[in-house]
Design a protein around this ligand. Structure first.
Ligand SMILES: *Cc1c(COP(=O)(O)O)cnc(C)c1O
Length: 358
């Protein structure tokens, strides 16, 4: 069976060596030696000055919205994983959808201003499949209207834009280290902020608000990564160069062999160092997609309809129609992309797709 992704599992002996450290320390969580070491190594790897690693990639969104959304209206994208919108609703904020750019698939920054009201507190946008939003223009709009900017950068491990880490953009940026993501800790995630005050708020928020043992800086929740998760991260991290190189080969194969007279791919924003995290193809019609999907499924190949449905159509969001996002969501498919996908399998996938493009 071929799925859209396959979790990279490092040699178990490597993992056991890291886990042994937790046994030796008799210390399983509360920011032990492995978590602290992983944070340092990630700062190095990503060329960033600050990071707080967390137990998943959703809690950073919730913390960011608690601190910056403050129960207001959040301008957001309908084209993302459900966690982006669910976090807004969960934090008692109101999602206000703005349609996406038809080629970049990120929020259409030219439509943001029309959606701002006196209740708007923040913009929460997703860098889709590692493709950055127009961060420069979004920052300018946010400044003009005194709004905060949060980026769901769950797909962006290692992405650089204009020569610096994509995590450096926005007031708060978040990442996911879920098992299906490029770099993983089983479950896990991270949050980033440049402002020192905000870093402090993020930090205490992810640790119950603690100020030492007996006092509190403010409200908090449990967002801590455990030593066992960090052990996986420390084991996977040395393989990242290999992982990205192998994925690059799969992407090159698809780029070369798919019939782009009837399909299109994602348009990458200029000045992006991409991370080869997802391979999306957009069909001309949903019927075409369904035909291809059925044929692939019959051959035990399971691509994923990322992202479907468009989030403005989910019952609890009460969103307005978003014609571009709804249209793209109905026609987009993410193809299998992982270390170890064989040339035979890739050829099979490409052949089954090209044959169905009539
Ligand atoms: C994976 C993902 C998340 C959630 O991350 P978890 O680590 O699974 O909690 C949020 N947003 C997007 C866009 C994602 O793809």
């Amino acid at each position: 069976m071929i799925n859209v992704t396959k979790t990279f599992l490092p040699p178990i002996d490597d993992y056991n060596k890291q886990v042994q450290r937790a046994w030796d320390n008799q210390w399983l969580t509360n920011r032990g030696e492995l978590v602290l070491e992983l944070e340092e190594k990630l700062k190095d790897y990503l060329s960033i000055s600050n990071i707080i690693i967390t137990n998943n990639g959703t809690i950073p969104l919730q913390i960011a919205l608690k601190l910056l959304g403050r129960k207001g209206e959040i301008i957001t994208t309908p084209f993302s994983y459900v966690a982006t919108t669910a976090a807004i609703v969960w934090e008692n904020c109101t999602p206000v959808f703005v349609d996406i750019h038809p080629e970049y698939l990120t929020i259409d920054e030219t439509k943001i201003e029309a959606a701002i009201t006196d209740k708007t507190t923040a913009i929460l946008a997703t860098h889709v499949f590692g493709n950055p939003c127009n961060v420069i223009e979004i920052e300018a709009i946010a400044k003009r209207y005194n709004l905060k900017v949060i980026y769901d950068a769950a797909h962006c491990f290692g992405v650089k834009y204009n020569g610096k880490s994509i995590f450096d953009y926005g007031d708060i940026s978040t990442c996911s280290f879920h098992a299906t993501k490029l770099f993983h800790t089983g479950e896990g995630g991270a949050m980033f902020a440049k402002d020192i005050d905000l870093q402090h708020q993020l930090f205490y928020s992810h640790n119950f608000g603690h100020k030492g043992v007996l006092a509190f800086h403010g409200l908090g929740i449990n967002g801590k990564m455990s030593e066992l998760q960090a052990a996986m991260g420390l084991t996977v991290l040395p393989y990242m160069e290999m992982i990205i190189n192998e994925r690059k080969k799969v992407v090159a194969f698809y780029n070369d062999k798919l019939d782009f007279s009837k399909l299109r791919g994602l348009k990458m924003r200029n000045n992006t160092d991409w991370n080869y995290s997802y391979y999306a193809v957009i069909f001309e019609t949903e019927d075409q997609l369904l035909r291809v999907e059925r044929d692939l499924n019959e051959n035990e190949i399971f691509p994923r309809r990322y992202f479907y449905p468009s989030l403005n159509t989910i019952e609890y969001t009460k969103g307005m129609p978003m014609s571009i996002s709804e249209s793209i969501a109905s026609r987009i498919l993410c193809l299998p992309l992982y270390v170890g996908l064989s040339a035979v399998d890739m050829t099979k996938i490409v052949t089954l797709i090209n044959e169905n493009l009539c």
